[in-house]
Design a binder for this molecule. Sequence first.
Ligand code: ZN
Length: 323
Amino acid sequence: MSHSPLCYNHLLGQEKVKQLLGKALTSDRLPHGFLFKGPDGVGKCLYARGLAAAINCKDTTTIGACGNCSSCRKLYSGNHPDYTVIRPDKGAIKIDQVRQLVKLISYPPYESPVRVVVLEDVHAMRREAANSLLKTLEEPPVGNLFILTADSSREVLATLTSRCQVVPFVTLGVDITTTLLMTHGLEETDARILARLSEGSPGVALTLHRDEMVVMWREVVGFLSDPAIHVNRDVGQLLCLAEKIAKLKETLPTFLGLLRLWIRDLLFEETEILTLSGIGIGVKNWSSKELYNKLQAIDRAEQELGRNCNKNLVCEVLLFTLQ
Ligand SMILES: [Zn+2]
């Protein structure tokens, strides 16, 4: 069995994180809790599992995880009794989830020296849920370690942050993300486009891939960049595309983010992604001012969608402004 996906030392990138975790593991005392803070999709959960594996690995000759002992095998297959992951339930970690957790950790771990509890996306934790966790987080019963994860662009309650050692995660960059996507079986050009569109986040890139967002992006950007498009003549096609975009529902904000990236690339004359996609930069010769206006139109659309305005209408107005 290959141990590379389990031992965090074998993961690509995040050198600072590896250093910090290595230091914590070789010191005499682990903190009670870590807060893994960083953008979406850059490996926070993989590192959480990797740290749990390293702590409970039965092979004491290595600092990391061996990948072969019974503890490593159980973690890898997702059946470790002393590895608990709490995820937001409908957008937030609720007080009931925390109460159950507090009860669980009042018992000693089943079979390992340390029970590892991962609380994902604590930026989405309600204040009362956080408050009911504070005492436990400050002084957990012996044999328990907390790993909290949070999105770096979102506010985390200071009461949680102050009780944890913060471990900062960064985006992996386009090259590493491309390599990682290719190991997932993607062809190089597609991998590179996705790496750019995700701004160096493999997790986000894989989600874009799964949701076929790039296909849609190519179609919309290709249409809008085409110098032969004429608003009066092609209005039917434009309305049809607007309707398709409006149907994206929960992935709609992500799609608007991709459109923003396209306009930003044009503004900074960064054309790699357009060339790779076979769209080309178009010959519409938009001025910087026009491009800024288009960026603002995307912002406006985002705000209106946040206010639950009519999706079809918002997308129609947006496409009219973008073409
Ligand atoms: Zn092991």
